[in-house]
Ligand binder design. Structure first.
Ligand code: HXC
Ligand code: NAP
Length: 285
């Protein structure tokens, strides 16, 4: 979508960049000329992704094992980034954990494990990078990957909803507070984009026949990874220099469809509309 070389000279850290949507964003950032650091807990996964993407794109990827819940590991990842590339310009907080469950079945540890990865992980990375950028007097950009239930809420994913809401609040808060340092903060709220990580934990096979998630999406399909990568690349690029504090929804209309009181009337066939209209018309006389 963007011009060739649009991210040339930028170094971008993508947490959880070894798999799923993180990997897809990384691939496009590389194609646009960026240097990349990917981090997560599984170094073997990161190394494989790094090798594959460097081969495919000719770009530079540094894989670093780092649990975003641990501040010292983030500081070490930042140092490794500076040692390799000499600078860092963009942080993409993409790492997450999630599973579906009735809330009353969760232990307090189950609640912790999700909020720690999503909220604590995102503020840990943001704080470490923000301190560095402010000290260096360097302009920079933060992009947070949230969800549409960050503002609607959602049953059965309550720890994730709490944590993503916190990340969205951080996005908007720092957009105001850190703009004076030249640091922009934005977020993307994706609807369903098929990834192994999300699908195995959120749409178990037993549910597939009963609840087809595509039926809730007005455009009638899931998102394609390149569509999200296009948006992410724009938001972290200099083309978006005046975009700050925004959350961009990319969900084919899914959350508004769920919110609209009468949208489920989609299922009403034409003949029934004819009959209902006949019944309703003329009631004003
Ligand atoms: C209830 C559960 C549970 C479940 C784990 N627990 N799974 N409780 N229902 N299905 C509980 C455990 O019993 C334990 O509590 C606590 O959670 C921690 O368990 P661990 O064994 O440490 O965790 P584990 O189950 O191994 O891993 C959980 C995880 C893992 C860390 C979240 O799934 C993970 O690594 N996920 C990363 C990738 C991911 O989740 N990607 C999806 C992102 S999708 P006790 O008390 O028993 O010790 C996303 C998109 C949303 O966010 C929007 C889509 C449209
Ligand atoms: P994914 O492939 O499972 O990605 C999650 C990544 O986070 C993994 O690479 C995982 O790697 C990493 N991670 C988990 N815990 C970590 C920790 N403690 N420290 C560092 N890294 C950690 O899932 P995805 O679908 O691509 O999700 C990516 C992002 O999009 C998430 O923020 C998710 O909430 C969001 N999202 C996805 C969808 C969708 O439909 N797919 C919809 C809305 C929002 P390790 O296991 O190696 O640590």
């Amino acid at each position: 979508m963007l011009k060739e070389g649009a991210l040339q000279g930028k170094t971008i850290i993508v947490t959880g960049g070894g798999t799923g949507l993180g990997r897809s964003m990384v691939k496009y950032f590389l194609e646009l000329g960026a240097n990349i650091v990917i981090c997560s807990r599984k170094l073997d996964v990161l190394e494989k992704t790094a090798q594959e993407l460097m081969q495919e794109t000719g770009g530079q990827v540094l894989p670093v094992a780092c649990d975003v819940r641990k501040y010292n590991e983030i500081e070490a990842m930042l140092q490794a980034t500076l040692d390799k590339f000499g600078r860092v310009d963009v942080l993409v907080n993409n790492a997450a954990g999630n599973f579906v469950s009735p809330t009353e079945r969760l232990s307090h540890k189950a609640f912790d494990v999700i909020t720690d990865i999503v909220l604590k992980g995102s503020y840990n990375c943001t704080l470490a990078l923000g301190k560095h950028w402010i000290k260096q007097k360097q302009p920079a950009t933060i992009l947070n990957i949230v969800t549409t239930y960050a503002w609607t809420g959602s049953g059965y994913v309550v720890p994730s909803a709490c944590a993503k809401a916190g990340v969205l609040a951080m996005t908007r808060s720092l957009a105001s507070e850190w703009a004076k340092y030249g640091i922009r903060s934005n977020a993307i709220a994706p609807g369903p984009f098929p990834t192994e990580g999300a699908w195995t934990r959120l749409f178990p096979k037993q549910l597939a026949d009963k609840l087809d998630p595509v039926k809730r999406i007005p455009v009638g399909r899931f998102g394609e990874h390149q569509e999200l990568a296009n948006l992410a690349a724009y938001l972290v690029s200099d083309y978006a220099s005046f975009v700050n504090g925004e959350v961009v929804t990319i969900d084919g209309g899914e959350w508004l469809y769920g919110a609209g009181e009468f949208n489920a009337f989609d299922m009403i066939p034409q003949e029934m509309w004819d009959a209902m209209e006949k019944q309703m018309r003329g009631k004003g006389q």
